[in-house]
Design a protein around this ligand. Sequence first.
Ligand code: SF4
Length: 350
Amino acid sequence: MVQDVRIARRTGFCYGVREAVDKAKEAADAGKLTQTLGQVVHNEGVVAGLHARGVVSISGLEEAENGSTVVIRAHGVTPAVRESAAARGLDVIDGTCSWVIAEQKQLQKLVDDGYTIVLLGTPNHPEVVGLLGIAPDAVVVDEEDDWDRIPRKKRMALITQSTQPPWKFERLAARMVHLAHELKIVNTVCPVTIRRQEDTVETAREVDFMVVVGGRSSANTKELTRLCEIVGTPVMQIEHARDLVDPAVFGDARLVGVTGGTSTPIEDLELVAERILQMAGTPDAQARARELALEALNAAATPAGRTSSLPTNPRITAQAAHVERHLPAGGRSRRALAAEPEAEPSPATR
Ligand code: SF4
């Protein structure tokens, strides 16, 4: 039976997601009619909290009301979307992650320099869609069995979606060496992604079982699961604490690790840790499930502040406060506003 849980260091929202969510909250709290262009994060608890605050999600600019505020999420958008928003006179709040902005600029330079561009990324992912707005002729490839489509050209460039695994980027770069006379490699794998993978591996080595929390289709979440498998630690990937229904999956595990993707709030990991202890813990662990989950949260590196870097807003509506307190997933913990957020790496220094 499970005696204790451990939450991987440096989990919770990445700084890009956190900033975009905060910008949406700030706009709504300032009384603006606020809409996010696409769901700012695929997490029902966070979306419910935003909704209670007055933030709604729209799938395209055609749904935006005249005179409203539109928040661009961390993945960014195409230049055409920006132009269209400006032409309509919408109040645009740019929540594009600074790393993605740097990536877009580098891609524009490759286009201007005339390279045949290969983009490693998940087709139709919003970040990739935004990049294709800059380089519509880029060849998008994802899994290795797709790489035969890459043409042989004199001058080629390779760039990547920020959350692709570094090993895949390196392997593709090696493959492309044979395809081009001149090959330019621009490494835009986000360092947050790399650190998260390192910390997940470290935790997986120390525990008997791993639980990975994040969207089913999230590439960076799936990669965390894959890394646990490589370490040889039994692993289960879930979206919510409520997905844990069968204590038998933990087998003889005594220590269970928890990690999550870049769009997973740290409070979700805390809830998952508590749920594991409640359903599969020893009698003592069950009785102390809440306390042990909080201890695991506190032991993770600067866990608080990952969901928001905003101070407590006295103007938050009673309804929003109620929703955030009672979310099934994604609500703020008591500690959420206490510590410094993760430092943002400078794209200029990579
Ligand atoms: S994963 Fe990295 S690049 Fe993507 S939004 Fe988060 S911080 Fe920005």
